[in-house]
Design a binder for this molecule. Structure first.
Ligand SMILES: C[S@@+](CC[C@H](N)C(=O)[O-])C[C@H]1O[C@@H](n2cnc3c(N)ncnc32)[C@H](O)[C@@H]1O
Length: 210
């Protein structure tokens, strides 16, 4: 059940693809984000949030609405996604959400953003060129007792019986297995973490405490 690597970054650097992603993410936002949002609601973390790989900002706006006291810096490697997110941002959230470009795998492009109570990322882990380095970088930007919360797809065995090569199935094929994530965290020296499989079982959450 080998992991496939797709060249997603070119895809997200194209404005038409970014627009298609925005429409798809809006239409499917309940299925994609409901578990993440309800878990975050229970955690009720105050303070400063950093979002990595915000794409067109659908989840950014949902979180800002659900947590009316927090400020969010939302980052994406694609300038096209950032432009789209800025255009789509609701007027009443403009004072609490700032979008900027940056690369999770390049600490110099993000370290000046500061330290955060919560750093989160949805459906991006499997896109990062060097996931281990990105996790190490993001972990170094947490405040004491801060949380790094990564929500992504999970590669599953039954998928290999399905012939479809559509984007969604290929994204699952590009996702990590929990044991691969554990190995990365061990190599970085991170011990305080939990990995949860999420219904319908091809999604997972990784929660790393500083
Ligand atoms: C599938 S989209 C997810 C967007 C959003 N988080 C969501 O859940 O709808 C993946 C996003 O990750 C961004 N991305 C990929 N590699 C990145 C990196 N190294 N640093 C920051 N963003 C990255 C892409 O440009 C793209 O917008």
């Amino acid at each position: 059940m080998e992991r496939i690597v797709e060249n997603h970054q070119d895809y997200f650097f194209d404005i038409e693809n970014a627009k298609t992603y925005l429409t798809d993410a809006k239409n499917a936002s309940k299925a994609r984000f409901s578990n993440f949002l309800s878990s975050l609601k229970k955690l009720d973390i105050k303070g400063k949030y950093l979002e990595i790989g915000s794409g067109p900002g659908i989840i950014t706006q949902l979180i800002a609405t659900q947590h009316p006291d927090v400020e969010i810096i939302a980052n994406d490697i694609s300038p096209e996604m950032i432009k789209l997110a800025q255009l789509d941002l609701a007027e009443n959230l403009k004072s609490r959400i700032k979008y900027m470009t940056g690369d999770a795998c390049d600490i110099d492009s993000i370290k000046d953003l500061g330290e955060f109570d919560l750093i989160y990322s949805t459906f991006t882990l499997h896109h990062w060129d060097n996931a281990e380095l990105a996790i190490k970088n993001l972990h170094s930007m947490l405040k004491d007792n801060g949380l790094l919360y990564i929500h992504d797809l999970k590669r599953v065995r039954w998928l290999y019986y399905i012939k479809s090569q559509t984007g969604f199935f290929n994204s699952i094929r590009a996702a990590y297995r929990p044991n691969e994530i554990k190995a990365m965290l061990n190599r970085i020296g991170i011990k305080n973490f939990k990995i949860r499989t999420i219904f319908p079982f091809f999604m997972q959450s990784i929660l790393i405490r500083n």
